[in-house]
Design a protein around this ligand. Structure first.
Ligand code: UDP
Length: 261
């Protein structure tokens, strides 16, 4: 199966290698439980998500859900694994020139240095960490667009968290004339800079990456993981029982039934 439906979202069923071999242009989004829960209510987020050409599974919990629904996704490709794999894959491909946008001041520059050092060439050509609230400031957004357009970059990695990064791309993607590949990768820039620690592999493999992140940044993340994302379980149960409906995608129930038979 090429696409796997989880609630009102179709996830692309690629392996990491298939994605790396096929990704020549387009927009990559990395849905996890939090994105899927937000997609239930936020119609602007749903609209922004429509520009995603590759929607790959970022979460072990979503992997479990897909299994439970009888349509297993073949591989988890988290954004934070994708960026290092992408850079390694294109180590000798001079057409790939990356711009990093996001994270707190100074962090994107640190990530730029670390990645270039690891890869052994200037694969990240420039980077910028915008000030808090920049998305509401047209002049700041214009400045960012100019910075990217003048950077020689062909790939944009945007790490502003969801739904900000997807909404920003929806609004400004067409102004970025020279970018061929857009990747919205959440906290990946922080991880690459070594600013925030990633969960140990065993934890992310059994679906506990969220717990590690919660323990590292409780103030910022408690609401997301302990309150907002909990309804996901009930919604998946509903889908399993063919009782899931969503006003953001009127045909969801029909599609689910069509997929089943
Ligand atoms: N961030 C940012 N600007 C903002 C809000 C957030 O650069 O206005 C960055 C923040 O520094 C962090 C990332 O966005 O690096 C937040 O990632 P989050 O944990 O929400 O994303 P996830 O990896 O869970 O998708």
């Amino acid at each position: 199966m090429k696409k796997i439906r989880i609630l009102n979202l179709e996830i692309d069923n690629w392996s990491k290698q298939e994605l790396l071999d096929n990704l020549k242009s387009g927009v990559v989004f990395t849905p996890n439980v939090d994105h899927i829960v937000k997609l239930q209510k936020d119609s602007e987020f749903v609209k922004s998500y429509s520009i995603g050409d590759y929607k790959i599974c970022d979460s072990q919990i979503v992997m479990y859900a897909s299994k439970f629904l009888g349509t297993p996704i073949k591989e988890k490709i988290s954004g934070s694994d994708l960026l290092p794999a992408f850079c390694k894959h294109h180590r000798n491909n001079e057409d790939i020139k990356i711009f990093l946008l996001g994270a707190a001041q100074g962090v994107a520059k640190k990530a730029q240095k670390q990645i270039n050092h690891k890869i052994g060439r200037k694969i990240v050509v420039n980077s910028y960490s915008p000030p808090f609230g920049f998305e509401k400031d047209e002049a700041e957004c214009t400045k960012i667009i100019d910075l990217i357009n003048n950077s020689d970059a062909t790939v944009l990695v945007i790490g502003l968290g969801a739904p900000k990064q997807e909404k920003w791309l929806y609004k400004y993607k067409d102004d970025l004339k020279f970018i061929k590949i857009f990747m919205a990768l959440g906290a990946t820039i922080d991880f690459e800079a070594g600013n925030v620690k990633r969960a140990p592999k065993w934890m992310s493999e059994i679906g506990l990456e969220w717990l590690f992140r919660l323990l590292c940044e409780p103030k910022r993340l408690w609401k997301r993981y302990l309150l907002d994302d909990v309804p996901f379980i009930l919604l998946i149960l509903k889908q399993r029982l063919s009782m899931y409906m969503n006003k953001n995608s009127k045909d969801t129930q029909q599609t689910l039934l069509a997929d089943k038979y």
